[in-house]
Design a protein around this ligand. Sequence first.
Ligand SMILES: [Zn+2]
Length: 109
Amino acid sequence: MGESMRGSRLGTTSYEVDSGEYAPRALTTYVCDQGHRITMPFSVEADEIPTTWPCACGATGMMLGAKPEAPAERKHVRTHWDMLLERRTIKDLEGILKERLEVIRAKAS
Ligand SMILES: [Zn+2]
């Protein structure tokens, strides 16, 4: 029996809120050398989430998808809008918009 269950078996159900009602929680999964998975719900407000967690089999689980330090600045990601502007000018787009609106209006009437 886990320690956290001590004294909570009887009486109220007030201890049974473990689905993240208090604080948002993120599930962190660890995988040990033996391939066992351990999933721990850590509060997202936790200062530091451990990158390893002891597995029940005695091995050390490594955080799944542990990310190396995020690069200080991500490469600028081109949006559809950026790509569009590389091919068309605003003036072009206005013309296309007008055209399309006319098509739509013609269909609507
Ligand atoms: Zn294990």
